[in-house]
Write a protein that binds this ligand. Sequence first.
Ligand code: ATP
Ligand code: MG
Length: 566
Amino acid sequence: MSNGNNSESGESRPSNFIRDAVIDDLKTKKFGEATIQTRFPPEPNGYLHIGHAKSICLNFGLAAEFGGKTNLRFDDTNPEKEEQEYVDSITQDVHWLGFNWDGLHYASDYFDQLCDWAVKLIGDGKAYVDDLSADEIRKHRGTLTEPGKDSPFRNRDAKENLNLFERMRKGEFPDGSRVLRAKIDMASPNLNMRDPVMYRILRADHHRTGSKWCIYPMYDFAHGQSDSIERVTHSVCTLEFEDHRPLYNWFIQQLGIFPSQQMEFDRLNLTFTLLSKRKLLKLVQEKYVSGWDDPRMPTLSGVRRRGYTPQSIRNFCGAIGVSKTNGTLDLAMLEHFVREDLNKRAPRVMAVLRPLKVVIDNFPDAEVDQVDAINNPEDESAGKRTVPFSKVLYIEQDDFREVPPKQYYRLSPGREVRLRYGYFITAQSVVKNEKGDVVEVHCTYDPATRGGNSPDGRKVKSTIHWVSSAHAVDAEVRLYDKLFTVEDPDRTEEGHDFTANLNPNSLEVISQAKLEPSLASAMNGEKYQFERLGYFCVDPDSKVGNLVFNRTVALKDSWARVQKRS
Ligand code: ATP
Ligand code: MG
């Protein structure tokens, strides 16, 4: 899939139709001597999600590859839904992903220019003020099989339209009472060309322009012209805008301005995941999650808190490429890229989530043996550390069975196993509580097996992790599962919405995990592999003395299984 053109970081740049078009346009000098200009145009009405990452990587990736530039432009034409908080989170998230924009712009910077252009179109007889209500406009619009009907106000003359539009702008009419429409073709087979609305009357405070305006341009009248003002050569967007392209071109042609061109690619969809700001907002507002940055959210702030690295997301976006048809990718594929990147960079440590006490009867009472442990077998430069080994340890409850089932090779009475980096131990007896649960396992160790190998070549069938009880650091560990129980969270029974598909077990909190002491001063955001368990990172709620870890992703490679299945 890779076209051989790999950047230093190893991110692949698969060939695709958009890239091919760029190469072609540069070859034919479609935009003169200039190189390409792209833009990422989020509406600041929510936090960015993984789907946006695909668009960001595409826009910035293309510009970087061809020596062009990328603007960050806020498409802020819906004041009721937009807020400064979202602007701030979006700039932070784009930076976090690893990209720096050239120009930082807002569609609202162009409100004066857009208004002038509206006046020009009215003067040219290409736009008119319509007094029909929104409902009547909809009824006049026709359907895919029937042409629309002209509004009775369609043939107002330019002078009257200019006067009415000026009065709309001045605030003489109530909200929703009139609109400005482009005069195109009520019989067009493309519904977007049936005299689309350009401006509406709306008294709403805008997060940047305040109360300056009481008319706001529609997306279609703002987007292409904003591209054109910024001399965007390739305006890439998702496929649902394909039907808007003729309108995008119409405005640019009528105004005779820089010919930006729109190109559409497939939206990212992931199984078990919703990628829509509107729906994610509902989860936040109705408190199904703790906020936009809840580690179960597919937002960039959520996955950042969860422990995903920007590199892993960029690698994922590079690998999936772009196409002309929408599909849904397996969430396991994204997790595969997260694991792959963390495997290279995350130091290994030992942590016990569900502790079971192990007493080594023949180990000297007060002795502490500092054993050597390798920080990262994938990265020699990460070096080594020592881990204290002593008479009383914790292991995972899952790593001991009083009566081992078939093919269970971990610790059980009479069975010898290896304690990672430590010694071979053999379980001898158990202590139970009044309910009959094993609460303590008494073992013996073989001093000759220090470091984890037996000089006589004796083999054991399993290696388990452990933490010294006296040295252990307590921590809260938050284990996350999928936020939804079904692959397509939008598919519900009649009368329900996606919240019916929420997974009631998507968060499990372990309040008393035991960690090796090297983690005592772990800092917010640091990422580790807890050996045999998965990748974990320090949550912002964490404090020294009160550590909190998030499980980023478990170790088991579900992607490999997925691949095997297909
Ligand atoms: P949402 O439905 O989540 O609000 P949107 O498309 O309305 O998404 P915008 O803020 O308008 O969000 O999106 C900014 C850019 O990101 C657009 O060019 C849009 O096409 C792109 N984008 C949004 N969602 C996805 C996605 N799932 N996959 C790829 N690109 C996306
Ligand atoms: Mg949108």
